[in-house]
Design a protein around this ligand. Structure first.
Ligand code: GLN
Ligand code: ZN
Length: 764
């Protein structure tokens, strides 16, 4: 009999209960006991869902009070000194939250641990910090307590641990640059202790996550896998080694040969054919096939999947486990709680709860024959048909346009150096100053938007309110003396959602929350069909802003790659086909902005770096397509129109050449948080166009001094000719309040004046 299981469930709760409980606890509104109860209820609900679906194992240890990587740090006693008074101090939930947030209900604020994206997902984890003499020791009872809790349900359970090598890989070395692998010996011992304890709890199977096996691993790490799993085998526990987010490729043989009782592979990324794994897998090993996509929300095509699984089942029999590709953490909880989506769209989707059922039903079909799920199969076929034919998905005009793209659509009329002349009409000074787009989103703005959304505020009044905010932003910028202005984005709740709501082919859920980090959840739009623009999306706001001043106001758009990366994307056509459709819709918007007299248009692509494939050999392809898309959106304009782009959230050194390929006239880019580390890239590469390396971090209310900013620009001037330097913050200002924004920008404008004074004679 094949086995049905999952790699973990979302932990935020059906109605984001965990978020609200966490926040309540931080604010002192609930006590630890009450917090505990919420966690307990979420775990109980998750187990009930697995039991109802009929899974053979209940996942345990996937629940987390903030982040499972941080849980692992606590389990292993990896707590930086700044969070504890003495080494023997018990680590409680307050220490835990302090590590995550730098703040706690009691005690002084300290630097929080760093947070970063988990591989290429939108989930952020708390980065472990290792010292050179790092010790490991079991410091948390959480996992074991949850095991005891789950056991009361009388089902088989499968605890989940983040594997030692992936854990090490995800961490950073603190204060010294040493080889993290030197810690492995000690770490292995602690893992072995944990496994031994699991055995004492009569655990049969443990899931150990080693997603780094889908990366390009250095040989020393590959070797470390062999020695580590040889060691851990001593525990005599059955280890299901799980790999996900990609194919094993050159690590396939290694993963198959490791001394573990089972291996899990993610087959939703088909870079390593299942057939290869079937050849490599030893006779006595379990193979868990992750075939239900844990990172997207489409209902499974049962027939297609059964065609893949049936021969595997024939070969492996009871050695086959059927599962989710990765943890279902990256999916919303339950589709049944969507009331806003219409039944047709809903019938195309599956969230985590539905996916649990899909896994169990597929397993049942393998074990008992397809006839036992005949109605499910028929329903699945109907969905496949409907998605193939639905007029809501397929728009012949869009498809036709996408198939008739010509090379000149992705090229500006002339090269940057020639465009410069045409753009002189903008009359910009040396070191032009600008901001990234958004101005403070006050509670008044948010409330008005919300009232408009629920119908409490009519269109007319709403527009008037937004215009008042735009006028306010323009007047402030004029007062401050900025050179290139923005309208302030008051009308935008979110840079992707705003456009998604206005484009055809997008759907929005009411409750489709996915954890982004800690208590923060996002509700990604669903791109279900061909994308097209129904009406102009930004022209009205931008032209109003431009009508208030002679200085140029930037048209402000979110780029195609960022919209793609931050949405659930349809799986019935290549991702970049969807991206091209979005690009064309934006191209039309760009066109309308130009027609309306807008002279500068910014197309933000903050997510371009995070969309990179995990393995380097696929980077080129991705970047080529991403560049193509951006140029498709931006190149339809005459020479005198200045195209800007903006990037943040990542370091861009390793893709700087692709960024240059975008051929934006100006890029504003985050750099101040890393003290202009970006400039290292310019030692080897001569960035050809204008660039505004961010001179201050907008993530904190701190007001940067004039000196600080002139220094940063002077640093940049060593690599970039001053005629091509812009002065701007790192990112948009929507999370800031006006008082600090004004003071910071005042200083920024003064810094620009000082630099102009100093350098103007040197460039005549
Ligand atoms: N234009 C957007 C803003 O200023 C850019 C946001 C971003 O880069 N994340 O808010
Ligand atoms: Zn930004």
């Amino acid at each position: 009999m094949a086995i049905a299981h999952n790699l973990g469930l979302p932990r935020i709760g059906l109605h984001r209960e965990l978020k609200f409980a966490m926040e309540g606890y931080w604010q002192g509104k609930i006590n630890q006991n009450e917090l505990d109860k919420v966690g307990q209820a979420i775990r109980a609900d998750n187990w009930a869902r697995q039991i109802k679906a009929g899974h053979d194992f209940l996942s345990v240890g996937d629940f987390s009070w903030y982040d499972h990587v941080l849980d692992t740090s606590i389990l292993l006693g990896v707590v930086p000194e700044r969070f504890v008074q003495s080494r023997d101090e018990a680590i409680d939930i307050n220490t835990y939250y302090r590590m995550a947030r730098g703040r706690a209900p009691t005690g002084e604020d300290v630097f929080a641990c760093e947070m970063t994206k988990l591989f290429n997902t939108n989930y952020h984890y708390i980065v472990p910090e290792f010292s050179e003499d790092q010790d490991f020791k079991i410091c948390s009872n959480k996992l074991f307590a949850e095991i005891i809790e789950a056991k009361q349900l009388g089902k088989k359970i499968k605890p989940i641990l983040l594997g030692p090598l992936s854990y090490l890989w995800l961490g950073k070395t603190k204060n010294a640059n040493f080889d993290k692998l030197t810690l492995l010996g000690k770490l292995q011992k602690t893992y072995l202790q944990i496994l031994t304890m699991l055995r004492q709890h009569h655990i049969e199977w443990v899931q150990i996550d080693e997603p780094i096996l889908v990366l390009d691993l250095p040989p020393s790490w590959q070797l470390a896998f062999q020695t580590t799993y040889q060691q851990l085998q001593v525990s005599q526990l059955n280890i299901l080694l799980t790999t996900y987010f990609g194919g094993l490729e050159n690590n396939a043989e290694l993963a198959c040969q490791l001394q573990t009782a089972g291996l899990h592979i993610d087959v939703t990324h088909d870079s390593t054919p299942l057939a290869t794994i079937l050849q490599l897998i030893p006779e006595d090993k379990i193979l868990s096939v992750g075939i239900i996509d844990g990172r997207n929300i489409w209902r499974a095509d049962f027939r297609k999947i059964l065609d893949i699984l049936k021969p595997v089942h024939e070969q492996l029999g009871k050695r086959l486990w059927v599962g989710s590709s990765c943890s279902l953490l990256h999916c919303p909880v339950d589709l049944d709680h969507e009331t806003k989506l219409d039944t047709e769209i809903k019938s195309w989707l599956a969230f985590s709860t539905q996916k649990l059922h899909e896994i169990a039903l597929l397993t049942q079909a393998l074990n008992n024959g397809e006839s036992t799920i005949a109605d499910v199969l028929a329903a699945s076929d109907a969905v496949v048909q409907s998605r193939m034919q639905s007029r809501r998905i397929h728009n012949p005009t869009v498809k036709k346009r996408c198939h008739h793209l010509t090379a000149d659509m992705t090229n500006r009329q002339h090269a940057y150096s020639d465009r410069l002349k045409a753009q002189q009409s903008l009359n910009l000074p040396l070191f032009p100053t600008t901001t990234i787009g958004s101005f403070p989103q006050t509670s008044e703005i948010r409330l008005q938007r919300q009232h408009y959304k629920v119908g409490k505020l009519g269109v007319h009044d709403y527009r008037q309110h937004m215009c008042t905010h735009i006028a306010h932003a323009i007047h402030k910028q004029l007062e401050l003396g900025l050179d290139v202005l923005v309208h302030g984005e008051a009308e935008r709740n979110d840079m992707v959602e705003y456009f998604g709501e206005l484009l055809a082919g997008f759907a929005f859920t009411e409750n489709g929350w996915v954890q982004s980090y800690g208590s923060r959840c996002v509700k990604p739009p669903i791109i279900f069909g061909d994308v097209s623009r129904l009406l102009p999306m930004t022209v009205e706001w931008i032209t109003y802003a431009q009508s208030l001043t002679n200085k140029p106001v930037k048209g402000m758009l979110t780029g195609p790659i960022t919209i793609l990366c931050w949405s659930f994307v349809r799986d019935d056509q290549p991702r970049f086909e969807t991206a091209n459709q979005i690009a064309l819709a934006l191209r039309d918007e760009v066109d309308d902005l130009v027609k309306a007299g807008i002279r500068i248009i910014q197309i933000d692509e903050p997510a371009i770096r995070e969309g990179l494939p995990l393995r380097q050999k696929y980077w080129h392809d991705y970047l080529q397509q991403a560049v193509y898309c951006f140029r498709l959106a931006s190149s339809g304009v005459p020479d005198h129109i200045q195209i800007h782009t903006h990037m943040c959230y990542s370091e861009f050194n390793d893709i700087i050449e692709a960024i240059a390929e975008l051929d934006a006239d100006v890029i504003t880019i985050e750099t101040s948080r890393s003290d202009m580390e970006l400039l290292n890239a310019f030692e080897k590469f001569n960035y050809p166009n204008d660039i505004g390396p961010g001179v201050y971090d907008i993530h904190s209310p701190r007001i940067p001094s004039i000196d600080e900013m002139t220094n940063l620009i002077e640093k940049a001037a060593q690599f970039i000719p001053i005629q091509r330097l812009w002065i701007n913050p790192d990112c948009g200002l929507k999370t800031r309040a006006w008082p600090e924004t004004e003071l910071a920008l005042q200083n920024m404008v003064k810094a620009a004046e000082i630099l102009r004074e100093k350098y103007s004679s040197s460039i005549v």
